[in-house]
Design a protein. Structure first.
Length: 123
């Protein structure tokens, strides 16, 4: 399950992102959480066939923005773009967040998305 999770995590988030996450948590303290995330979140859940990667990305954008986790949101915005979620769809997801979870969450999500889009445009 770990290998399957690592493959999916790398495909969605990018090799540089995953390598950095694993390297920065390679000690005895951080490694268990990275193993858990890779095996359970990416392998056991993202590896299920019930939803497409695009749909999972769209759900993550809504949930992570509501939880106010900007670092994770930025990574998952990049992953969503990789999984075929368009900028227009991202905008609509964050509009939905604003109605159901509050305007401050949506405003922050829009800010994070604009920054990620700008970074992507520079590449």
């Amino acid at each position: 399950m770990y290998d399957k999770g690592l493959e999916i995590r790398t495909a969605v988030m990018g090799k540089a992102y995953v390598d950095k996450a694993l390297a920065s948590n390679a000690d005895d303290f951080g490694k268990p959480v990275q193993d858990y995330v890779t095996e359970c979140a990416w392998g056991a859940v993202w590896g299920r066939e019930g939803l497409s990667r695009k749909t999972r990305s769209m759900l993550n954008l809504a949930m992570i923005s509501i939880l106010n986790r900007p670092h994770e949101l930025r990574g998952h915005i990049r992953g969503a773009l990789t999984n075929g979620v368009t900028k227009d769809e991202i905008r609509e997801i964050f509009m939905q967040v604003g109605i159901y979870a509050g305007i401050p969450a949506a405003v922050d999500a829009f800010r994070q998305a604009r920054e990620v889009f700008a970074e992507q445009d520079k590449k």
